[in-house]
Ligand binder design. Structure first.
Ligand code: SF4
Length: 181
């Protein structure tokens, strides 16, 4: 039987959710024996492939590039998992939403840099993805199949979610977690 194709993606997050996956310890081996990891920050794949069974996404949608990537992933993925509070609610990156993008750029790249003595004015150019007006959780941009809360999600919860999906069941999280854990 062919292995399930799994991808993990890092959008606008801190990488803490991906780091938490490693805390599954030996259970990670149990999972990796049953899947092909076809795209991830952990593997050297340049293009997001077609026909992915499960994609686990960390982080919210903060830039035009994030939005484009998420829409591509949705079109190429059967089950999409919104993984961690930044993906599920916007969480930390959405703290910027009360400010305009212009004010954020000014504060980050002109005022704050000037305050630290190297002259300021080092505003990113066209090579850096343009920020969207507000940070958004994944489900406000595309359809999401599974929501896994946590900052980051607990390793045991991640293992449960992957195991259920691998065995063809929709993970039932009612007895496993709630927001704020
Ligand atoms: S949910 Fe927490 S650990 Fe995960 S990317 Fe966001 S801030 Fe980092």
């Amino acid at each position: 039987m062919s292995k399930m194709k799994i991808a993990t993606v890092w959008l606008d997050g801190c990488s803490g959710c991906h780091m938490s996956m490693f805390d599954m310890d030996e259970k990670l081996i149990d999972i990796l024996e049953k899947v092909d990891l076809v795209y991830s920050p952990l593997v050297d794949a340049k293009e997001f492939p077609e026909g992915v069974d499960v994609t686990v996404i960390e982080g919210g949608v903060g830039s035009e590039e994030d939005k484009h990537m998420l829409e591509l992933i949705r079109a190429r993925t059967h089950m999409l998992v919104s993984y961690g509070d930044c993906a599920v609610t916007g969480n930390v990156p959405s703290l910027r939403n009360r400010f305009s993008v212009d004010d954020l750029i000014k504060r980050s790249y002109i005022e704050n840099v000037s305050a630290h003595g190297d002259g300021g004015g080092n505003v990113p150019g066209d090579a850096v993805p343009r920020l969207l007006p507000v940070e958004r959780p994944l489900h406000e941009v595309v359809r999401v199949d599974v929501f896994i809360p946590g900052c980051p999600p607990r390793p045991g919860l991640t293992y449960f979610m992957l195991k259920e999906l691998l065995e063809g069941r929709m993970p039932d999280l009612k007895e496993k977690t709630r927001f704020g854990l």
